[in-house]
Structure formats: structure tokens, C-alpha cells
Write a protein that binds this ligand. Structure first.
Ligand code: IMP
Ligand code: MG
Length: 205
């Protein structure tokens, strides 16, 4: 049996580094939202690891809720068209909402979610993203109030982030071995595999 961690070529952020950064962001949020009870909204499943750790690093009262979305493959993703599978349970009107994301890549998913949430008239709406990959950004004007780490133009897994639903459980964030990506024909947009063609993209949510 091969351990999931054996498929990692390089660790970008260790468990300790993530823990320390999450702690800092939690303290920042506690200061910025002091006197209020922010609603942390997260998208299943990628951001769940980050959210649960972040919530424990926040000292002020908070409320949490979840959404689930799916995209219709990479072509639809380019247009930011995602389908809402599970909506929030909590009414957000008049609340201070913080959208907690695993990674902002093109920004299209976050853009879609922001439009959806903004339409419900929250008192405020900001983004807290663990990872930010600005190189591939399509939608520039995003209110990213908190960001854990900026990452280079490489596909990453671990700490909630998946490749074809795998590797979420890794306690660190790393880059997959080339052979793994080739094995399962990674999408052309990552420029690694010449005949990636119709294989589709790694799971995006
Ligand atoms: P965006 O709409 O392009 O910003 O895509 C954001 C979503 O794509 C994230 O919430 C992730 O689910 C997924 N994603 C983007 N980059 C990566 C990555 O490097 N590893 C795993 N998932 C990713
Ligand atoms: Mg996601």
C-alpha cells in the first residue's frame, strides 16, 4: 500500500507553517470584528479544513454555515458558471459575512458566490482565502481581506485541497509528483500533459 503523502513531490507549506498562519489570521479577525458576531461562510469541501482550524483560532463569537457548489467542467468554469447544490441555512441579511475559501485561482468561483451573497444584503461581505494564486486571476476586483499564502502557478493538494477528490487529508500543502498527474491525464490548462484533451479538470470545489 502506498501512503497518500508519497505522491507529493514538494511540500510548499508544512503543518506548522499553516498552523501558525491560521493562528495569525484568527487573531486578526478577532480584532477586526470585535463587538460583532461574524458569519463565516464556507464552500464544501475544500475549505472545510481551513474553516475548522480558523474557527478555533478566533476568540470572538462567530457563526458558521456551508454551501455546496458544482461546476460544469472546465469550459463552464471559465465563465464562472457554477451550480448551487446546497444553500446556506442561515439568513445573512444584515450580518457581517466572511466568505472562507481554500484557494482563489481565477477568482470566478468567488465572484459568483459574492454576487449571490451580496444580493441578500449582508451588512458587510469580505473574503478570507487560505491560498491566493494571482497569476491565473481573471476576476481582479475581489475583496480579499485576509490571505494565508500567495502561491506560484502550480497545482497544489493537501489541507483540504484535492486532486480528483484525493489528498485532502494531507496535513501540509504540496505539489503532486509529475507521474501522478500524467497517470490521470491532467487538464491542458496546467500545461503539463500534451494529450490531456477531454479528460477535464481536477475537481474544482
Ligand atoms: P477559481 O474559480 O478558479 O478561483 O477556482 C477556485 C476553486 O478551484 C477552488 O475553490 C478549488 O476548489 C479549485 N482549485 C483551484 N486551484 C486548485 C489547486 O491548485 N488545487 C486544488 N484545487 C484547486
Ligand atoms: Mg473550493
Amino acid at each position: 500500500m502506498r501512503a497518500a503523502a508519497e505522491d507529493i513531490e514538494e511540500i510548499l507549506f508544512t503543518q506548522d507553517q499553516i498552523e501558525a498562519r491560521v493562528e495569525e489570521i484568527g487573531q486578526q479577525i478577532s480584532r477586526d470584528y470585535a463587538g460583532r458576531t461574524p458569519l463565516l461562510v464556507s464552500v464544501l469541501k475544500g475549505a472545510v479544513y481551513f474553516l475548522t482550524d480558523l474557527s478555533r483560532a478566533i476568540e470572538i463569537p462567530i457563526v458558521m454555515d456551508f454551501m455546496a457548489i458544482t461546476s460544469y467542467g472546465s469550459a463552464a468554469l471559465q465563465s464562472g458558471v457554477v451550480k448551487l447544490i446546497k444553500d446556506l441555512d442561515i439568513e445573512i441579511t444584515g450580518r457581517h459575512v466572511l466568505l472562507v475559501e481554500d484557494i482563489i485561482d481565477t477568482g470566478l468561483t468567488a465572484g459568483y458566490l459574492l454576487r449571490l451573497l451580496q444580493a441578500r444584503a449582508p451588512a458587510s461581505l469580505q473574503i478570507c482565502a487560505l491560498l491566493d494564486r494571482p497569476r491565473r486571476r481573471i476576476l481582479e476586483a475581489l475583496p480579499i481581506a485576509y490571505r494565508g499564502f500567495e502561491i506560484p502557478d502550480r497545482f497544489v493538494v493537501g489541507y483540504g485541497l484535492d486532486y480528483q477528490e484525493r489528498y485532502r487529508q494531507l496535513p501540509f500543502i504540496g505539489v503532486l509528483k509529475e507521474a501522478i498527474l500524467q497517470e490521470s491525464r491532467l487538464l491542458p490548462e496546467w500545461g503539463r500533459h500534451p494529450d490531456a484533451g477531454s479528460a477535464g479538470s481536477p475537481s474544482r470545489a
